[in-house]
Ligand binder design. Structure first.
Ligand SMILES: [Fe+2]
Length: 171
């Protein structure tokens, strides 16, 4: 089979009222049942990914923040009916990380950097064999095709990194 290299769109959306919503989101995340996940593929201090909970008090506030970004994504991609497949949060303390992986059963992934302190890396993407570091900071939402391998490198920042993550589908 022939291989052709094509460009894929990655988007960064800035949440204008980030400083206003950040404390409430962190408070609601702290109220959510969660677990630490440390194994061969990751070391994450806190996440509700595998906590087996349907209690996620941050959902409504998160969607208030995400809705304008999702509408913007719809427009940029020329699609309709973006659907949220699943969502979760991840918190990394010093030197914690998440290895290279893809998101199955999803067309786009999104990551909102609720906390990304100085020195803490954003998500790195593997594009055409090269590692790409998006120009994303705390308060930004990164959208990327879920087929792209990506990683959260070791948190070398001066504090905790917190990400709200979603898998998206659309037609
Ligand atoms: Fe991921």
């Amino acid at each position: 089979m022939k291989k052709m290299m094509v460009e894929v769109p990655v988007f960064v959306y800035t949440v204008e009222n980030h400083e206003e919503v950040k404390p409430e989101l962190l408070r609601l995340i702290a109220e959510t049942p969660s677990l630490s996940m440390c194994n061969e593929g990751q070391c994450i201090h806190n996440s509700d990914w595998a906590a087996g909970t349907n209690v996620r008090p941050y959902y409504e506030k998160m969607m208030e923040v995400f809705t304008p970004a999702l509408l913007d994504l719809q427009t940029k991609l020329g699609v309709t009916n973006i659907k949220v497949s699943n969502y979760w949060f991840q918190q990394y303390k010093k030197d914690e990380w998440h290895g290279w992986h893809v998101h199955a059963s999803s067309l786009y992934g999104m990551v909102y950097y609720v906390e990304l302190p100085d020195g803490s890396p954003p998500t790195h993407l593997l594009v055409n064999g090269q590692t790409i570091v998006p120009d994303a900071k705390e308060g930004d939402i990164l959208f990327f095709p879920s087929i792209l391998f990506h990683t959260s490198p070791a948190n070398t920042g001066v504090g905790r990194k917190t990400a709200l993550v979603m898998n998206l589908n659309f037609k």
